[in-house]
Design a protein around this ligand. Structure first.
Ligand code: SOE
Length: 373
């Protein structure tokens, strides 16, 4: 396959992030299988046409069923509200398309497992867009941990805070509705830190958590007020299979915090931390440094030795949010060319969803809950 013809379904924040990523991947990485923006799909005809023109798609449609089954398309890229992830996956897999899906994979664990089953039975490649894995600093964190530079991993701490939920007059969109979103901040933002925890430290065995909805009603797009049926914030403690402990907190109502994702890992020989609002820097402390030099060092992760960096700019010329999506697309195209399944894929989506499910269970039972396997 020399070219991969892509249909991007969804034209908002994630649709734009993905469309841009295919263009950048082509220009900066020349992947062995070149992505082609063939078909854009959105709900509003005028907006979809403009989106298609701006990003250079050949065609557009407002019918997702058509987009998911279009004979010309190789990859169906799902950037829609969560309730459409499963039906689009089923339609695309039946027609033998590879599926690239935004997170969370589904609204709940059952639905996520059904999606995994569908792509496996159809024998099509599948990938989930946990884009934060693809920051060079996160790749370095993974390498340091795998190389043993932190020793035995004992503690993982993660905060992922935003405040857009406090925007005055914000209407009751799909993100506030359980039947469309599955959950609130838990599935939307905590799912990223759960994935990074799995990526860096390993599988989570059990959790105990709580959820909160501080703003129970929001204006309906038409008139009057409607009930919010998801969480604004969530927090949970976790025990990893390795015995390490974890603490996770997420919110969409933390005033002043915009995309504040802070991760910290402590091991027996060292520690590291990283913040998504300053993503080029990894902070690393090592007990192997001579005592008079001990202290956190701040590593600017732009040297050519790091994954993805040499395709961009000279050392020190920093990268941002959108680059993580480009790197994810490079992985997708490379995997399709090599005939392997990309990483991370729907299995990772299911494993992350299982952790969310256990947190929801624990909120109800007020107990520790095992993560279903
Ligand atoms: C939520 O505000 C959100 O847009 C998530 O849906 C994305 O996955 C995250 O990367 C940025 O924040």
């Amino acid at each position: 396959m020399r070219e991969i013809k892509v249909a991007v379904i969804g034209t908002k924040f994630m649709g734009r992030a993905h469309a841009n990523a295919y263009r950048q991947a082509r220009a900066f990485f020349s992947p062995p299988a070149l992505p082609v923006l063939s078909l854009a799909c959105g709900t509003n005809e005028h907006e979809t046409q403009k989106f298609a023109e701006k990003f250079g798609f050949f065609r557009y449609t407002t019918n997702w069923e058509e987009a998911a089954q279009d004979p010309e398309i190789d990859v169906v890229d799902i950037c829609t509200p969560n309730d459409l992830h499963a039906p689009i996956t089923f339609a695309a897999a039946r027609k033998g398309k590879a599926v690239f899906c935004e997170k969370p994979l589904a609204r709940d664990l059952e639905e996520a497992k059904g999606m995994l089953r569908a792509v496996e039975e159809a024998g099509v490649p599948h990938m989930i867009c946990f884009n934060y894995r693809f920051f060079p600093a996160i790749q370095l964190a993974k390498k340091l941990i795998s190389d043993g530079a932190l020793g035995e991993i004992r503690q993982f701490h993660a905060l992922y805070l935003q405040d857009w939920g406090l925007t005055p007059g914000l209407p009751l969109t799909w993100r506030f509705q359980r039947e469309r979103a599955g959950s609130g901040a838990l599935g939307d933002t905590a799912v990223h830190i759960v994935d990074l925890a799995r990526f860096l430290v390993g599988e989570i065995a059990e959790v105990t958590g709580l959820l909160a909805t501080f703003i129970p009603e929001r204006p309906l797009p038409s008139d009057g007020m409607g009930k919010v049926t998801v969480d604004d914030a969530a927090a949970f403690l976790a025990r990893f299979q390795s015995g390490a402990t974890g603490i996770f907190e997420t919110s969409r109502v933390s005033l002043g915090r915009k995309n504040f994702m802070h991760l910290e890992v402590n091991g027996s020989r060292g520690s590291l931390f990283w913040n998504a609002e300053d993503p080029n820097w990894l902070w690393f402390y090592s007990i192997d440094d001579p005592p008079h030099l001990r202290g956190f060092r701040r590593i600017l992760v732009t040297e050519e030795v790091h994954p993805y960096t040499k395709n961009w700019w000279p050392t020190g010329h920093i990268l941002g949010y959108e680059h993580s999506f480009t790197h994810a697309v490079v992985e997708l195209c490379g995997a399709l060319r090599e005939g392997r399944n990309p990483q991370p894929n729907f299995l990772d989506g299911v494993e992350a969803q299982a952790v969310l499910e256990a947190v929801l269970l624990s909120e109800g039972s007020k107990r520790w809950e095992k993560v279903p396997r």
